[in-house]
Write a protein that binds this ligand. Structure first.
Ligand code: AMP
Length: 285
């Protein structure tokens, strides 16, 4: 196992990576907001297998939280995160503070199109612009690399992939499958907010997606019918407050006529103070 380096300065990280690249090393990058879990670990391990140098960033990005959301209470535990990164054999943890990333409120930000206004963007206005802005900045700091992102946040993954392509950023975005608890709940830093009773009902999200997939695979091509079926499954859990269900083309995430080809099923619901999201893929026709 290599020794884990901790870096808080942008210039310091650039210097370390310049040295690694001069030695011919391919860079794998895992951007996170910390409070690392088995999902993040799977990304780090994949980056480790496929690269010479592995950088994990930990930064709770204020730009992507709306007023009244959980920025202040978002779980943080840098010591434990460093242990997980060392154990997963990462090389560098980049954990800047807010002043290092935003010495003043940014005058230049990334503004996305329609993809940011649907699904989670509809209930979190400006959220994805904030995500894209910090990820563009991180990609600019890290430079040429493969970036490992989770399918758990499928809309985010799609947006970042499009941003990297549209802006010709020197980054290859690698999709990584969702890591789940044994009962099917997607692992998430926000699962710590759940009470025992909410935790017991939270796997309903995944069950709803699976019910939607069965319907699509049995020939249903109406997105609205699949969405209604998934919503009905979630409604049977008394502690779930539905935000949305969606059955949309996997490549665009925007509904366009009958379902065909690769379809993404997505759902979001609140359980107490936790807003949970999940998604799976399936094929129509
Ligand atoms: P976060 O720290 O929640 O911003 O997530 C950082 C990265 O980890 C994102 O690319 C997420 O999609 C990914 N991630 C979070 N949870 C999971 C999971 N359960 N399985 C796979 N990847 C995940």
């Amino acid at each position: 196992m290599s020794t884990l380096a901790q870096e808080a300065a942008i210039d310091g990280l650039r210097e370390r990576l310049a040295e690694a690249r001069a030695a011919g090393g391919a860079v794998g990058f895992v951007p996170t907001m910390g409070f690392l879990h088995a999902g993040h670990r799977s990304l780090i391990e994949r980056a480790r297998r496929e690269n010479d140098v592995v950088v994990v960033s930990i930064f709770v990005n204020p730009l992507q939280f709306n007023p009244g959301e959980d920025f202040d209470s978002y779980p943080r535990d840098l010591e434990r995160d460093l242990e997980l990164c060392a154990d997963a054999d990462a090389d560098i943890v980049f954990a800047p503070d807010r002043r290092e990333m935003y010495p003043e409120p940014p005058a230049a930000t990334v503004r996305l199109g329609a993809l940011a206004d649907v699904l989670c963007g509809a209930s979190r206005p400006g959220h994805f612009d904030g995500v894209a802005t910090v990820v563009a900045k991180l990609f600019s700091i890290v430079g040429e690399c493969s970036a490992y992102l989770g399918e758990k946040d499928f809309q985010q993954l799609t947006i970042i992939g499009r941003m990297a392509a549209d802006l010709s950023l020197p980054v290859r975005v690698v999709d990584c499958p969702t890591v789940r608890e044994p009962d099917g709940l997607a692992v998430s830093s926000r699962n710590v907010y759940l009470s025992d009773a909410e935790r017991g009902q939270a796997p309903v999200l995944r069950r709803a997606l699976q019910a939607g997939a069965v319907l699509v695979q049995s020939g249903e091509t109406s997105g609205a019918a699949v969405e209604a079926e998934m919503a009905a499954v979630i409604a049977a859990a008394p502690l779930a407050q539905l935000d949305y269900t969606a059955a949309v083309p996997a490549s665009t995430l925007i509904a366009a006529g009958p379902l065909q080809g690769e379809v993404r099923l997505l759902a979001a619901a609140r359980f107490g103070q936790a807003r949970l999201i999940d998604n799976i893929g399936c094929r129509a026709g």
